[in-house]
Design a protein around this ligand. Structure first.
Ligand code: CTP
Length: 420
């Protein structure tokens, strides 16, 4: 497993317990999974471990105070920039995929349960919308006090995940419950929480994306407007769910997702050849590309000069890739298509589902704001071969990608296979 948490942001809150000396191990392990870790310390925590330790391990500035240090005199451009950078942390609670508080003292647990926000960490935690993991560490009598027990119950009721402390010798010399859980175990919990279900493990998924370009001459082409974002999101999510992914794409401005085999194509005919070459081995084909339906009948090998008032080109139909796939696929291979329509969206999409022998079709209404090309979001209806129809409200393309893949897994009965 390479970097399963690449691109994920984890906030690690460290509070003032002697067990704070174990928190650097959590940072190291999370970083080894590829996560980017931002450490937030309470003032008391800095008495046990220096921020420099965490800064060195995480490669990111550690945040302790709500307030940027006051500078005397006029700030230099560099200082102003540093302050602007610090302001970004205000948005930490929105950007984080997960927050972990380890070690968590009775004090921070009490503040979280009671809704007190009087320093950076407690303020951030209150504003967090991501899952929160709390790993308590404290003296056994505090751990077993009614106050802490109740506060932990309040947190659990709110969905906070508590990694229970171990029983053992505590800093005070006493033996009992209150020793911080194994740092590796705390980090592994984060991995479990952030890693999506591996329901595509062992499956070969081919995704097509972007436009194709049909040349008129060495300089110009005709093609569809498509950024490729939907296809790239599908490839990325399929890879995260364990699939072996090939992304066949026309020209886009996007970087191929990590861990995906990338095949770059120009024309519809090249895209067809690339898909047909993969067809014998694939389990699922998702045609999110917008291949050009027509190509110029003649391609000039010299640049067409601006010498006519009107210019007419004859266009001929390109091959329909999905029709080719329908005639050649094997039993058990799943195929998902897309339909971008302006009229009779559902009826037209269902016709395409049947004509192209698809398992699923994702219908987009190009007239709806926030749907289709050149935007970050999509609004879609997913139609299944079995007659199912599911409307997906305005979501990001990554979210829609997950819904489409889950629908495909269900439609193809892969879940049952995996379970049975
Ligand atoms: N598609 C394909 N080969 C083509 C054109 C489209 O495989 N030459 C695929 C698209 O990737 C999409 C599905 O077919 O998954 C539907 O594409 P769309 O452009 O909506 O429909 P068309 O079949 O081209 O029909 P029309 O343009 O008349 O709506």
């Amino acid at each position: 497993m390479g970097n399963p948490l690449a691109g994920r942001k984890i906030v690690l809150g460290v509070t003032g317990s002697i067990a704070a000396f174990k928190a650097p191990h959590i940072v190291t392990r999370l970083a080894s999974f590829g996560a980017s870790v931002v450490v937030v310390m309470t003032e008391n925590a800095t008495r046990f471990v220096t921020p420099l330790t965490f800064e060195t391990l995480s490669g990111t500035e550690v945040i302790v105070s709500m307030w940027p240090e006051k500078k005397v005199g006029v700030a230099s451009p560099e200082e102003t920039l540093a302050d602007a950078d610090r302001l970004k942390h205000v948005h930490l609670s929105e950007a984080a995929d997960l927050a972990i508080v380890a070690p968590a003292t009775a004090n921070i647990i009490g503040k979280m349960a009671g809704g007190i926000a009087d320093d950076f960490l407690s303020t951030e935690l209150m504003a967090m919308i991501c899952p929160i993991v709390v790993a308590p560490a404290m003296n056994v009598r505090m751990m077993e006090s009614d106050a802490v027990a109740r506060n932990l119950e309040i947190l659990k009721d709110r969905g906070v995940i508590v990694v229970e402390p171990d029983v053992g010798r505590l800093a005070s010399g006493a033996v009992g419950r209150g020793r911080l859980a194994d740092p590796d175990l705390i980090a592994d919990r984060a991995l479990e929480l952030l890693l999506p279900e591996q329901d595509l493990a062992g499956r070969r998924v081919v995704v097509t994306a972007g436009p194709t370009e049909e040349p008129l001459d060495p300089i110009r082409h005709i093609g569809n407007r498509s950024t490729g974002r939907m296809g790239f999101a599908l490839a990325e999510r399929a890879a995260r769910r364990g699939a072996d992914v090939v992304l066949v794409s026309g020209r886009t401005f996007l970087d191929p997702p990590a861990g995906v085999r990338f095949v770059s194509v120009g024309t519809t005919s090249e895209m067809k050849d690339a898909v047909m070459a993969e067809l014998p081995d694939l389990d699922l084909l998702v045609m999110a590309a917008a291949p050009a339906d027509y190509r110029p009948a003649e391609v000039s090998d010299r640049k067409i000069k601006k010498q006519w008032e009107r210019l007419t080109f004859e266009l001929v139909r390109t091959d329909d890739i999905l029709e080719g796939v329908a005639g050649a696929k094997r039993e058990g291979q799943g195929v998902v298509g897309f339909a971008l329509e302006t009229d009779d969206v559902i009826a037209n999409a269902r016709k395409k589902l049947e004509a192209k022998d698809l398992d699923l079709i994702v219908a987009n209404d190009a007239t709806v704001e926030g749907a289709g090309f050149e935007c970050e979001t999509n609004v879609a209806t997913i139609l299944g071969r079995s007659g199912r129809e599911e409307s997906v409200g305005k979501v990001t393309k990554a979210e829609l990608a997950d819904v489409v893949l889950s629908r495909a897994v269900a439609e193809l009965g892969w879940k049952r296979d995996a379970d049975g």
